[in-house]
Design a protein around this ligand. Structure first.
Ligand SMILES: [Zn+2]
Length: 414
């Protein structure tokens, strides 16, 4: 199949005006200017017209199963208030509520141009069913906690590993997610670090999300520290350094680790993350919902950390007017552009494509249009010839078309 488009944004290479993408099976064979296409190939062309063709977006952090909580939890005063609110909201949710919520979220992402998502799963039993029902490329991270349940870290991990090993799918993968430093014990982090290296798995962990979490680890004080102490968490791991330093101490920083949020840094943390090649995922609308301290993007970028974008969940996304929020990486890119004027549209687009691909270990395969990458891409309508990256960032509504693994999952609209 050959697709022709007015502009192609390969991301890892300069834009091509009047370009063509040559696809064989589920892979891209070539991305080139239309005039360089051999004449006999030009016979099997689908001309998409006035569109920008770009790689499908990579959502590096999401909680699909909380989609139905959209608009239900008003922004809280403190982070621990929010934990209490979501715990209460979840009570009474049945298996089918979670399944419905998950699928609704997957559909929202698909429509808004995401083709790969790193999702945190609280209900891994759903996965065989929901995996079959979505064309998205899934990285499903099984959430592990253990403070409330008081279960031994090795048992929690053993169960998650057993679940991962029963799951198999040609396009999807299951991986591990110790929830956060405050909701786990250090032993779970150490054991997860060890097994993920042995099995070549990715790990996702929320870290340094709130000031309360930062105070808990850095100074052994604050509302989160005291609340967890009352809930009998063994807080002897607090007061020894920042949440990022906590991960380092328990060998959970590495090239296979996605550190989610990282809103609060101690001196040396950015270097520590960069030195260990740990990826950081920023979720602009979730950050805005909680009114966290400014995201330390420049410090992280200056240290050389790979920065990606995620939607987080709709339980932490503000309503705009009467409209319920939807999962949408374009909305995240727009929020980031608004908050951080020093970032160019191209840099923002990279955070939502190639950088996420790198974090998930699929550099060269997703997040860019290049020879031998998967045929995962989207088309955005573009009525005028303004800057392509700027046009993409400003896009609202559904995408014009989306292909995953060489199959149209949203065929081009007429
Ligand atoms: Zn999250």
């Amino acid at each position: 199949m050959i697709l022709r488009a007015r502009t192609i944004l390969p991301i890892a290479a300069p834009p091509i005006e009047d370009g063509a993408v040559f696809i064989v099976g589920h892979q891209i064979r070539a991305v080139l200017p239309w005039r360089d296409l051999r004449p006999h190939l030009a016979e099997k062309v689908l001309d998409l017209g006035d569109v920008i063709l770009l790689p499908g977006l990579v959502n590096a952090h999401c909680h699909l199963d909380y989609t139905s909580m959209a608009g239900q939890l008003p922004p809280p005063k403190t982070f621990t208030d929010w934990i209490a609110a979501i715990t209460a909201a979840k009570t009474g949710w049945s298996y089918s509520d979670y399944a419905f919520s998950w699928l609704r979220g997957a559909h929202q992402l698909l429509r808004s141009g995401t083709t790969t998502v790193a999702d945190i799963e609280v209900m891994p039993d759903l996965l065989p069913e929901v995996w079959d029902a979505t064309p998205l490329r899934m990285f499903s991270f099984l959430e592990m906690t253990g403070i409330k349940s008081r279960r031994a870290p090795k048992d929690i991990l053993r169960e998650a590993v057993a679940q991962i090993e029963t799951l198999s799918h040609s396009r999807h993968r299951a991986q591990l997610s110790p929830h956060a430093p405050y909701s786990t014990l250090p032993e779970l982090l150490r054991l997860t670090g060890k097994i993920s290296l042995k099995k070549n798995w990715r790990v996702a962990i929320h870290v340094a999300e709130s000031v309360q979490e930062f105070e808990m680890f850095q100074h052994a004080r604050g509302a989160m520290h005291d609340w967890l102490k009352r809930n009998e968490r063994d807080n002897s791991d607090c007061g020894l350094g920042s949440p990022v330093a906590h991960l380092a101490r328990h060998q959970l920083l590495g090239e296979n680790v996605l550190a989610i949020h990282v809103n609060c840094l101690a001196r040396g943390d950015a270097t520590l993350l960069a030195k260990n090649k740990t990826h950081v995922v920023h979720c602009p609308r979730s950050h805005d919902y909680f009114k966290h301290p400014p995201f330390p993007r420049q410090r992280l970028a200056a240290a050389g950390v790979n920065l990606c974008l995620g939607t987080d969940s709709l339980a932490t996304t503000r309503k705009t007017g009467r409209q319920l929020p939807e999962l949408n990486l374009f909305a995240e890119m727009q929020m980031l552009a608004e908050k951080d004027k020093s970032l160019s549209p191209v840099e923002i687009l990279k955070m939502a494509t190639v950088n996420g691909a790198r974090a998930l270990g699929l550099a060269g395969k997703i997040g860019q249009l290049t020879k031998n990458s998967f045929a995962d891409f989207i088309a955005i309508p573009s009525a005028n010839k303004s800057d392509a990256a700027e046009t993409v960032i400003a896009h609202t509504g559904p995408v014009h078309a989306s292909m995953i693994d060489g199959r149209w999952v949203m065929p081009p609209t007429a």
